[in-house]
Structures are given as structure tokens and as C-alpha cells.
Design a protein around this ligand. Structure first.
Ligand code: Q9C
Ligand code: ZN
Length: 362
């Protein structure tokens, strides 16, 4: 297995998040990636490499142009317009019946975000690009014949939609990688500009890619990005949104639309899910993926399913993760693991290496 990690993740270091009416210390912090990296170094799974530098083309295949242009400059424009230099956090959100575009420096965050849990600081865009680069590098390695790669991404990505950030996520690393895999590696350039659009045509029909999301929270961003597609299957096992974040998406009746109908599969679960219960649901998810017969698997891996997680309510123990990895490995698919959430920092190393041990058949 090859791990891809960039120290640039630490450029994203939010001062706070807004939760239940309070500004609190952010759950999504640089220490998360450091802890996982240290555990990986001890575990000796194989080489740990920095990401290759990709240009914006493979990211633009998933995200809106105006959204990317906004993210790239959000912080500087916010501060220049008098916003609090601590972080960008909107005061007004575009919601139903109030969704006209408005992108002044102090209001754009309200247009491009769906909650107050994703502050933007000076280094957020660079960190998010380094995470996308890590996922893209993992995808490129699979295209070059590797069977397993782990992109230790931070900030995470699965809540970020086509033109929306939130839930600690800005660029949807897993979706960007899945798109790149389906496109057979199209879009690696050497520029770094938003001006080279429209994108060059993809030279061949897409390969089928499955995205399995095992973060505690529903991957609403990934679901949105692929909702009307039949070449990418999205399967998510998560807390029932009737009870847990992201609240407004992730129900079982969300099955895809248009040609994508039947290619989106949600497993919303009750609180206190045990290892046995989780593994039984995973079995159903894996059957759907096997039926789809994809060329590649992208695994959005969160460890906030752990019983000790401060913002989750499942009851998985550390023993669950090697078993989950083992079962997923039995699909026999070239697999890219993309790091998503997990906030029980003291247990993150054991849980991440556990999953990877299972995936590696160790
Ligand atoms: N009552 C990821 O795990 N706030 N994002 C939750 C719960 C935001 C989670 C509030 C949680 C975002 C990548
Ligand atoms: Zn999560």
C-alpha cells in the first residue's frame, strides 16, 4: 500500500466552529492527521509519499468554476472588506426562496456554504488543494496498477458539493478522485489557473467507479455530485439524518435521479450501532457494489463511527475496523481510501491502522 500525505494540511487550522449556538474549538484540527501519520509510520504499511501537483482540471470536473474562484480568494477578500481575520464564517445563508447569487466578499460564504462548521482561514484553500492532490495522486497510482492507496486527506471532503462547502469540507477529495478514475486519468496538467476552461474533452467513455462512504455522517456532497449519474455508484452507511448531521439529506428514499436512478444507495442507521450490526449492513452495501461491477472503488473512510467519538453516537469498538477492511478487501477491487472524519483523536491511530490492516489482508 502507498500512503499519500502532505504536511500542507496544517495550513488549514480553524480557530473555531459554530455548534448549537456556541463558537467552540474545532473538532476538525491538524492533530488528527498528525496522529494518523504517526501511527502509520509505526505500523510500516509501506511508503508514505507526498502528493503530485495537479492543476485545476480534474477538480473542475467536479466543482463549479465560480465556487473554486471564490475559495481561492475567500479569505483575502473577506479580510480586505473588514471581515474578522480569525476566519471566514457567514452571517446569512442562501436557502430556499433566497438563493439568488451574491458574491460580495462578506456575503459569498453565505452563498457557497450550507452551515457554520467550515471556517475559512488564510491557508484553507492551499490545504484543501493539497488534500485533493493527495486523493488524485492515489487515483493516479491505481490507474498505474497499484491495488491499494491511502490518501491521508485533511481537510476532509465528503460534505462538499458541486458548489457548496460545509461540514469541515471544501473540496470533495473522494468525488474528485472518483471522477478522475472514471476518466482514466484525464486532466493532469502543469498549470494552476482558473482560465483554461472549458475543460478539454474526455477522450473515451468513462469507467465505472463505486464510492463507498463509511464516515458516520452521510456524504451529502458526494451524493449530490453523482446523483444523476449511472457511471458512479454512491453507497453510504451513516447515522439517520432524522437524528444526526447533515439532517437535510441522507434518507433511504434518495436513490438517484434520471439515468442515475438506482445508483445512489443510503443506509441510515439508528444510534448505538454495534460491530455486528454494522458488519451486517456493510454486507448489503458490498453486495450492491459487487452487482455494479465497478473498475475501481473509492472508500470515504471516517472513524467517527467509533463509540468514543465526541460527535457520533454509534458504538463501534476498535475491533470493528480490521473486520470492515477485510470485508471490503474481499471485493478484490483496486481501492483508494480517502480520509474523511473521526474526532476521537486518541483512538484515531489505532482505528485508521486497523482499517488499513484489514484492507491489506494483514
Ligand atoms: N450535532 C465530517 O465528519 N457538525 N464532518 C455536527 C452534530 C458538523 C462532520 C453537529 C459535523 C461535520 C467530515
Ligand atoms: Zn463524519
Amino acid at each position: 500500500m502507498i500512503t499519500i500525505f502532505s504536511p500542507d494540511h496544517a495550513l488549514h487550522d480553524a480557530p473555531h466552529e459554530f455548534l448549537d449556538g456556541k463558537l467552540i474549538p474545532p473538532h476538525e484540527a491538524p492533530v488528527r492527521a498528525r496522529i494518523i501519520l504517526e501511527a502509520l509510520e509505526r505500523a510500516d504499511f509501506g511508503p508514505i509519499q507526498p502528493p503530485r501537483a495537479f492543476d485545476l482540471e480534474p477538480i473542475r470536473a467536479v466543482h463549479d468554476h465560480g465556487y473554486l474562484a471564490y475559495l481561492a480568494q475567500a479569505y483575502e477578500r473577506w479580510v480586505a472588506a473588514g471581515g474578522d481575520p480569525a476566519a471566514v464564517l457567514p452571517s446569512t445563508l442562501a436557502v430556499r426562496w433566497m438563493s439568488r447569487r451574491s458574491v460580495g466578499p462578506l456575503v459569498a460564504p453565505g452563498y457557497y456554504s450550507f452551515d457554520l462548521s467550515a471556517p475559512i482561514v488564510a491557508g484553507t484553500y492551499r490545504a484543501a488543494r493539497s488534500a485533493a492532490d493527495a486523493a488524485l495522486t492515489g487515483a493516479a497510482l491505481l490507474l498505474e496498477g497499484q491495488q491499494l492507496a491511502y490518501a491521508l486527506c485533511r481537510p476532509p471532503g465528503h460534505h462538499a458539493g458541486h458548489d457548496l462547502y460545509g461540514g469541515y469540507c471544501y473540496l470533495n477529495n473522494a468525488a474528485i478522485a472518483a471522477q478522475y478514475l472514471g476518466d482514466g486519468g484525464w486532466g493532469m496538467g502543469d498549470g494552476d489557473t482558473l482560465d483554461s476552461y472549458p475543460p478539454s474533452p474526455i477522450p473515451h467513455p468513462p469507467q465505472r467507479v463505486a464510492v463507498l462512504d463509511i464516515d458516520f455522517h452521510h456524504g451529502n456532497g458526494t451524493q449530490q455530485i453523482f446523483y444523476e449519474r449511472d457511471d458512479v455508484l454512491f453507497v453510504s452507511i451513516h447515522a439517520d439524518p432524522a437524528r444526526e448531521y447533515p439532517y437535510f439529506a441522507g434518507y433511504a428514499d434518495e436513490q438517484g435521479a434520471g439515468v442515475g436512478r438506482g445508483f445512489n444507495l443510503n443506509f441510515p442507521l439508528e444510534a448505538s450501532v454495534t460491530n455486528a450490526r454494522y458488519l451486517a449492513i456493510l454486507e448489503q452495501a458490498l453486495i450492491a457494489i459487487a452487482d455494479f461491477a465497478p473498475r475501481f472503488l473509492v472508500l470515504s473512510a471516517g472513524f467517527d463511527t467509533f463509540g468514543g467519538d465526541p460527535i457520533g453516537d454509534f458504538a463501534l469498538t476498535a475491533d470493528a475496523y480490521p473486520l470492515i477492511g477485510q470485508r471490503i478487501a474481499q471485493l478484490g477491487l483496486p481501492t483508494l481510501v480517502v480520509q474523511e472524519g473521526g474526532y476521537a483523536v486518541a483512538a484515531l491511530g489505532e482505528n485508521a491502522t486497523g482499517l488499513l490492516r484489514g484492507l491489506n489482508g494483514m
